[in-house]
Ligand binder design. Structure first.
Ligand code: NAG
Ligand code: NAG
Length: 187
């Protein structure tokens, strides 16, 4: 019985990792808030975006309000994952990285009144345990893009949204791109 459970568990972890792995170029491209286990190819960028269910446990998916859907806007902004529960800290785990390598991490946000409350949140972003930046949403229609270049000490990295008591954290998209190690020698 125990063996079967272990096998099942290993199988489940394997599935999760298969879904959550970088593509052949080492890219991870996530459209937060689309239906679980779906993916699509963006017509403009030709990049294949995956749903975020293999990367995070908490939160719930929402569409932005229809008035904020603009055909000129990237479909990544049409929906978000918001974190009403799960405490103060909710993380995405990006796996199968190369320890000691440099990566670009990009997080994108558009509020779009997804919750119908017209309350613009302010919240914190962390990479692992290190403070990255504050996301201060000042308009429902503006897109916020945060970028960081990091050297990852492990074969995974976590990007965490922290509720600072000023509204519910949410996220529209999350990307990871490998960088050549000789670039950005100051990192
Ligand atoms: C891509 O373009 C096709 C054809 O114009 C359209 O039907 C489809 O909805 C577009 N997909 C996205 C994700 O924008
Ligand atoms: C967020 O931005 C607004 C408008 O620029 C500013 O008034 C407010 O102090 C900022 N909040 C935080 C917590 O930085």
């Amino acid at each position: 019985m125990e063996r079967w459970l272990l096998l099942l568990l290993l199988f489940a972890v394997g599935l999760l990792q298969a879904r959550a792995q970088p593509d052949s170029k080492g890219f991870i491209s996530i459209d937060c808030g689309i239906p679980p286990k779906t993916r699509y190819v963006d017509n403009d960028t030709k990049i294949s975006y995956a749903a975020d269910d293999g990367f995070t446990d908490g939160g719930s998916n929402h569409n932005v309000s229809p008035e904020y859907i603009d055909p000129l806007l990237s479909p990544r902004y049409y929906n978000v994952r918001a974190f009403p529960d799960g405490g103060r800290r909710n993380c995405y785990t990006l796996r199968s990285l190369v320890a000691g390598s440099k990566y670009l991490i990009r997080a994108t946000f558009m509020y779009g009144n997804y919750d119908g409350l017209s309350k613009l949140p302010v919240f914190g972003l962390y990479i692992g345990v290190n403070f990255w930046t504050t996301v201060n949403i000042t308009s429902p229609i503006e897109t916020e893009v945060k970028e960081a270049i990091v050297m990852v000490p492990d074969d995974f990295v976590q990007v965490c949204l922290i509720n600072t008591g000023s509204g519910m954290p949410f996220i529209s998209g999350l990307d990871l791109r490998p960088l050549e190690n000789r670039l950005y020698p100051q990192i």
